[in-house]
Design a protein around this ligand. Structure first.
Ligand code: DGL
Length: 273
């Protein structure tokens, strides 16, 4: 497919988590147009079996292919673990969160790394494998899978009672790795978690956090520059959001997390499971 500088960039996630990636791209590449699809009808992905995750992800990849995106950001870490089984559904290059997170860790001077993620990402061992393959020296990778955290973040931003539940859950999942295992940094291996970094910093002020979104935005910029596909500077890009979930909630969350230049928020019918 012939891409144009004006072609949009796709971002997919199981829910609002990928807003943390869209936000990073808006910061680094403000002139780019973004199309976001969040599968609110089926969140949490991390508690589904692999065949279902692949089928739901391919449905989202096809959505983006029809919109002729010039790059697809697979923001969802859970989908990133099965990305090889989805890529044939699009013709553009993909950039995935797990690879970006592993790349980011490989540039750090650490020997013991923690990863918090969904249950699926944890059980797939995708992060430990990629971090070890990527890192020049021997790194110990500890990980934990959180069955409830993404869902709690998805629906509780800005609500003090809900955020207290998020913080209780963070403590339950992270205390051991931080206080007993003494990890030197923690990869936020689910896109929802960077949306609550203030809470994580409050609970663990000395713990360095790795948000794969930063590396994803840098990789995207490199690709666009390499291919001469960067949109002309000067005219700010827009963000169009689609969700298989609640349109009003997505519009509210987009504002809460600081997304800018919001064009539209629209419903898209979910895949039938
Ligand atoms: N935010 C997604 C991720 O990065 C998953 C959350 C979920 O749907 O379980 O893995």
């Amino acid at each position: 497919m012939q891409y144009r500088k004006d072609s949009p960039i796709g971002v997919i996630d199981s829910g609002i988590g990928g807003f943390s990636v869209a936000r990073q791209v808006q910061k680094l590449l403000p002139e780019e147009n973004l199309i976001y699809l969040g599968d609110g009808a089926h969140i949490p992905y991390g508690n589904h079996p692999q065949e279902t995750i692949v089928a739901m992800a391919r449905y989202m990849f096809r959505f983006m292919e029809r919109r002729q995106v010039k790059a697809l950001l697979v923001a969802c870490n859970t989908i990133s673990c099965v990305v090889e089984q989805c890529e044939s559904a699009v013709s553009c290059p993909t950039i995935n969160a797990v690879q970006a997170g592993a790349d980011a860790v490989s540039r750090m001077d650490v020997e013991k790394v923690g990863v918090i993620s969904t249950v699926f990402t944890h059980q797939s061992r995708c992060y430990p494998r990629r971090i070890r393959a990527q890192s020049p020296k021997k790194v110990v990778v500890l990980s934990c899978g959180c069955p409830d955290l993404a869902r709690l973040v998805e629906h509780n931003l800005g609500d003090p009672e809900g955020m207290a539940q998020v913080e209780d859950n963070l403590r339950k999942e992270l205390d051991h790795m931080v206080l007993v295992d003494k990890i030197q940094c923690c990869v936020l291996g689910c896109t929802h978690y960077p949306l609550v970094t203030d809470s994580i910093h409050k609970l663990y002020p000395d713990l360095p956090l790795v948000d794969p979104a930063e590396q994803m935005a840098l990789d995207l910029r490199d690709y666009l520059d390499r291919e001469g596909l960067r949109r002309e500077a000067g005219i700010p890009g827009r963000l169009d959001i689609f969700t298989t979930g609640d349109v009003k909630e997505y519009a509210l969350r987009a504002k809460q997390v600081g997304l800018e230049r919001l064009g539209s928020v629209a419903f898209y019918p979910p895949m039938e499971l």
